[in-house]
Design a protein around this ligand. Structure first.
Ligand SMILES: [Zn+2]
Length: 288
């Protein structure tokens, strides 16, 4: 993606180098877990250990944090992607008589406190509706390539950030609220966990669609480069439930899917890219 010298969002909260001590959460364990309804890029159960492993009790600013040049480039790149996200949704929302409220993106290292509870980078990038913030530890780039098998390339980060920003769009347009009602029904046994998982897959595929819409906006401005679409596709492929389960547990259990297969994720990203707006965004009715 062409990004050098372009506008970077001012909604980036740089918390890198804040060493966050981990300890016993002040909230009770169960309370902490309940508070943690966040939206991740993957449903990798192995990665969730960190999220539920304990709270964050103390933070101290590390002086003179020195990112590597590579990390700093990724940081600046991410700020440009967030600016593109603001441009795309800022232009589209009025067409649907909606007002776009820009999300914040907190870039952190290690662990972070959020309105949804404490989290560490093991969980991967996520969106917290409670503070309308995308949380990103840039080390996820290497995780995406080395653990999940995505191709190298900056556009895989574009896909990831645009997916999380998709959850922000879903929150603004009340889709997240509906999902949480289903989550409640699953918790009280009114619908089965398997049924809830399928709804969750549809919700996640919609975020992939919305990521595709952002990519289309970037392409329309002439900033997409040769090979970027393939990179986004490789990222969508890498975070498919079937691909992750095959890698991490050696078998695939469709009943536990909560983000969609590699094929579904690629399909809906492409669909969003082709549409470039919300016209095809309904992942909740019909076949996926
Ligand atoms: Zn997601």
């Amino acid at each position: 993606m062409k990004w050098q010298g372009r506008r970077r969002s001012t909604n980036v909260n740089d918390q890198r180098g804040r060493m966050t001590g981990r300890g016993v959460a002040t909230a009770g364990g169960a309370g902490l877990i309940l508070a943690l309804v966040v939206f991740l890029i993957t449903g990798d159960p192995g990665a969730l250990g960190g999220l539920f492993g304990g709270g964050v009790t103390q933070q101290q600013q590390q002086q003179d944090y020195q990112p590597s040049e590579r990390e700093q480039q990724m940081f600046e790149f991410s700020g440009v992607v967030l600016a593109d996200i603001e441009d795309v949704w800022g232009a589209l929302f009025p067409k649907y008589n909606e007002t776009y409220k820009q999300p914040t993106m907190t870039v952190y290292t290690g662990a972070v406190n959020t309105a949804c509870g404490a989290a560490d980078s093991g969980v991967g990038p996520f969106y917290c509706p409670g503070d309308q913030t995308i949380y990103l530890d840039l080390s996820f780039y290497d995780t995406l390539v080395n653990r999940y098998g995505a191709d190298q390339g900056d556009f895989i980060l574009t896909y990831v950030i645009a997916h999380e920003a998709g959850h922000h769009v879903q929150t603004l347009l009340s889709v997240t609220e509906q999902l949480n009602q289903y989550r409640q029904q699953a918790a009280t046994g009114r619908i089965s966990q398997t049924d809830f998982n399928e709804i969750s897959v549809r919700y996640e595929l919609q975020a992939d669609y919305l990521a595709g819409v952002v990519a289309r906006g970037i392409a329309n401005k002439g900033y997409m480069e040769q090979g970027d679409m393939e990179k986004a596709m490789s990222a969508a492929e890498a975070v498919g439930d079937d691909s992750i389960q095959r890698k991490m547990q050696g078998y695939v259990d469709p009943d536990t899917f909560n983000h969609g297969t590699s094929q579904q994720r690629k399909t809906w990203f492409r669909r969003g890219f082709d549409a470039g707006d919300l016209s095809q965004w309904d992942t909740f009715s019909g076949a996926i």
